[in-house]
Each structure stands twice: as C-alpha cells, then as structure tokens.
Ligand binder design. Structure first.
Ligand code: BQF
Length: 295
C-alpha cells in the first residue's frame, strides 16, 4: 500500500491563516502589530533565503519585521551588544538570530544573550528547561511543527515507539523530548539515535514513527523500516540533478521511493516539515507579542 502524504504546506497555511486572524483580533483591541527582529550575520546564501521566506511570512500574517544584516567580521561582543539593545526595545516582541552564524562566534553565548521572553526560536536555556519540565515556554519551531502534524492528521503517538534519528540541539533532541513527555506531549516511547549509534537498522526497524533529522540524503531505505511506519523526514539536502534546470534538487534524509511503499504516512521534501517550521515561527511571534507565556 502506498503511503498517504502528510501535507505540511497545507497545514502550515491553515496555521498561518489562524495566526493572521488572531493578529487582526489582537489589533482590533487596540494593540500594535507584533514585531519580529531578525539578525542575519554574514552572507550564507541559504541563510539569506531562509530569512527572506520568514519575512514574507510575516507580511502575509501581519507581523512587522525588520532584518539587520551584519558583516561576518562582527565580533562576538558587538553582536551581543546589538542583541541587548533589541532586548530593551519595547517595540520588538521577538528576536531571531538566523543560524548558522560564522565559526568565530560561539552560538550558545549569542542564544543566551537573547531575552528568553523574546526567544521565538525557543533555543534559550530558559525555554529549553521549561519545556523539559512542562512549563509554558517557546517551543522550538521544527519540533513544535512536527507535533502539529500528528495533531492535524490525528496520527496517534500515545504508547507508540518513536525512533528519532539525529540528536541535534535544534531538532532531534527537543523532538524526542516533546514526544516522550506526558503533559502536552506525545506520550511515546522514544529512542534517540545519533552518529555513534551502532546498527541503525536495529532501531529503525522497530519504529512505529520514525523522525529523521541528520542531513544525509537517502539515509533511510525501505529495508530499514517496518510496514505501516509513519515517516517524518526533516532532512533538506541539495543533490545534483541534471533533469532540473537549476542543476540540483532538494531531497530528504529518507529514500522516498522505497520507504513510501511501506509507510502508512510520509512527509514529502520539500513541502513537509519545512513549511511547518516557518508557520510555527509566526505562532511564536504572536505569543511573544501577547506576552501570555511570560506575563
Ligand atoms: C520545504 C534550516 C538547516 C539549517 C538552517 C520550507 C524551509 C525549508 C524547507 C525553511 C531551515 C529549514 C530553516 C521547506 C527554515 C526549514 O518546503 O521543504 C521551508 O525555511 N526552514 C532555517 O531558518 O534555517 C536552517 C535548515
């Protein structure tokens, strides 16, 4: 049986539509528009295009946004001073530093310099810690988007065996956390695999739900999964494709052809998890403006 498609683009549009209505409602009560301050350091073309798409989303839903572009020669201290200025600026609700940042700047110090009440990416230790203990917090956008997909398609997670491949701070680890949690979580049994995992198939073959976020094109093949598995493919990889006019195409970490023959549900790449990440940023920015998480 061929897998049903988890249409992230469609669900993201629904979420953005809801955020847009919420913002109109919020503003009709005399509040100003939410504002997102984006910081882009250096000239990584992928980062530039991610920022561009986020600011387009802002316009679509009615969030004011400003992007500060900084040279990659900026120092760690200068960048932190700029962020501290944004922390103090009452006209700014959310602050987003587009990652990755240049190698000479330690990202953790930058993340921690953002006021956790404006941390719409949900990477600040205050938000990470509060998420673990089930307190209101900004949830990181990709894991939160994945949870929304299960919710929208009524895909049960309770008591399921979820295998997460990739233990990154931004995707794998918080996804495993949210899925394993009882309160507002997936209530799943979670296995978290990473680069040191021996015999990956031994784990993936047991997954009821498989989340893959490693950045390795086609890593997961049909032989590595069981029949009716639910596949969440977070990978975004550029591979050469001469049939495409750009000379490349974007593929996930899952070999779509062989895996979709066995899966019950699968996220496509593009158009699966990626659009959800963007939609959840809009949701977090509205939450930041309402100051409901941290009154
Ligand atoms: C899609 C990101 C790696 C490193 C830094 C839609 C996005 C991607 C794909 C997107 C990502 C990945 C973002 C699709 C934001 C997700 O249709 O498949 C949207 O914009 N993303 C980012 O800001 O920084 C990254 C991945």
């Amino acid at each position: 049986m061929a897998a049903s498609i988890i249409d992230g683009k469609l669900v993201a549009n629904l979420i953005k539509e809801r955020v847009k209505e919420d913002i109109q409602n919020w503003m009709s009560k005399g509040n100003r528009a939410p504002k997102l301050q984006v910081v882009l350091v250096g000239d990584n073309p992928a980062s530039y295009s991610y920022v561009k798409s986020k600011t387009t989303d802002c316009i679509e839903v009615g969030i004011d946004s400003e992007t500060l572009q900084l040279p990659d020669t900026i120092s760690d201290r200068e960048l932190r001073e700029i962020i501290e200025g944004f922390n103090k600026d009452d006209s700014i609700d959310g602050i987003l530093v587009q990652l990755p940042i240049p190698d000479h700047i330690p990202p953790q110090a930058i993340i921690e310099s953002i006021d956790h009440r404006k941390d719409v990416d949900g990477f600040h230790p205050m938000n990470v810690g509060r998420m673990q203990v089930g307190q209101p917090c900004f949830r990181p956008c990709t894991p939160a988007g994945i949870m929304e997909l299960f919710n929208h398609y009524s895909i049960p997670t309770k008591g399921k065996h979820v295998v997460v491949v990739g233990a990154s701070q931004i995707v794998g680890t918080p996804t495993a956390m949210l899925l394993s949690r009882e309160k507002d979580g997936g209530k799943s049994t979670v296995t978290l695999c990473h680069r040191y995992t021996k015999d990956l198939t031994k784990h993936t073959i047991n997954a009821d739900i498989l989340v893959v976020a490693v950045g390795s094109p086609g890593l997961i093949t049909g032989q590595m999964v069981k029949e009716d598995v639910v596949i969440i493919d977070v990978g975004i990889n550029r591979v050469a494709d001469h049939e495409n006019e750009r000379g490349y195409k974007i593929v996930g970490d899952v070999d779509y052809k062989s895996v979709s023959e066995k899966a019950s549900w699968i996220t496509p790449v593009p158009g699966g998890v990626g659009p959800m990440t963007r939609a959840m940023l809009m949701k977090n920015t509205l939450l930041a403006a309402k100051k409901s998480l941290y009154p």
